[in-house]
Design a protein around this ligand. Structure first.
Ligand SMILES: NC(=O)c1ccc[n+]([C@@H]2O[C@H](COP(=O)([O-])OP(=O)(O)OC[C@H]3O[C@@H](n4cnc5c(N)ncnc54)[C@H](OP(=O)(O)O)[C@@H]3O)[C@@H](O)[C@H]2O)c1
Length: 238
């Protein structure tokens, strides 16, 4: 069974979004890959998959940009079966603690990392509603968004945006609870080698993208399962 997928934040060839795009294409799916600026890597992939990979320009910080991308997408497809809200941000101060952290950087990060995915959900909802196989929305969160497990004294922006994303995911999960055709979850994807300068992370993006692709298929109709999960499918503490 093939499907139509939207993935955000897909322009970096070493990162998770781009590798998810590759895996879905290799699986025979139709992919809408969003970027906020041109990506040579994605343009190259488009040449390999003409008519199957569509690149959307979308800045998830902007409601106007997300609405325009949804309108563009609607010209090319009647439905979406899966949205992976992968795009995220962290400020230059993210590793700093209170005395050195510019607190004015928290709200813009929350706007991208927490509100952005819900903007996408809202704008693309008419397409999700038309899925013939039941739609799934996966918001890529992080263990850094878990309040119960929080031990850090930094990540004032990133931790806050992911915690807010978790709350918004649960609220949306509740809102669509009685809709048998739409499930919404959030995921801690594990520590992935998406930073070219850091080889410590154990999970390789291209390999891990396939693990996640298979996991997401198990979650499509699992409306009563855990809502915040790890890459192994287990529940993660809020
Ligand atoms: N890597 C890990 O170990 C790890 C661990 C836990 C959770 N995660 C989560 O997994 C996901 C993927 O991680 P990653 O390391 O692959 O991410 P990444 O390399 O930081 O990539 C993030 C992507 O989001 C895009 N983006 C940023 N702001 C945007 C905006 N306003 N509108 C649209 N796109 C925007 C970036 O675009 P540009 O290229 O234009 O900047 C980039 O392509 C993220 O949600 C991250 O929080 C990752």
């Amino acid at each position: 069974m093939t499907q139509t997928v939207l993935i955000t934040g897909t322009g970096r060839p070493y990162a998770l979004g781009f590798n998810l795009v590759k895996r879905y294409l290799e699986n025979g799916d139709r992919v809408f890959a969003s970027v906020r600026r041109p990506s040579e890597a994605l343009e190259g992939l488009k040449k390999e998959y003409p008519g199957v990979l569509h690149i959307l320009n979308m800045d998830i910080a902007s409601t106007a940009s997300v609405s325009a991308a949804a309108a563009e997408c609607s010209k090319l497809t009647d439905s979406l079966d899966l949205i992976i809200n992968n795009a995220t941000t962290a400020s230059a101060d993210t590793m700093k603690e209170l005395p050195d952290f510019d607190l004015d950087l928290v709200a813009p990060a929350v706007n991208v990392g927490a509100v952005g995915p819900i903007r996408v959900l809202k704008a693309f909802l008419p397409l999700l509603k038309k899925s013939a196989i039941g739609a799934l929305v996966v918001n890529i969160s992080s263990e850094a968004g878990s309040i119960g497990k929080c031990y850090r004294t930094f990540y004032l922006d990133y931790g806050t945006e992911k915690a807010a994303l978790n709350m918004l995911t649960m609220t949306m999960h509740n809102y669509f609870r009685d809709d048998p055709n739409l499930n919404i979850i959030c995921l801690h994807p594990g520590w992935i080698r998406t930073n070219p300068g850091n080889n410590e992370a154990p999970l390789i993006p291209y390999e891990h993208a396939e693990t996640l692709r298979i996991l997401f298929e198990k979650k499509r109709h699992d409306k009563n399962g855990p809502v915040f999960i790890t890459w192994t499918g287990e529940s993660y503490p809020w």
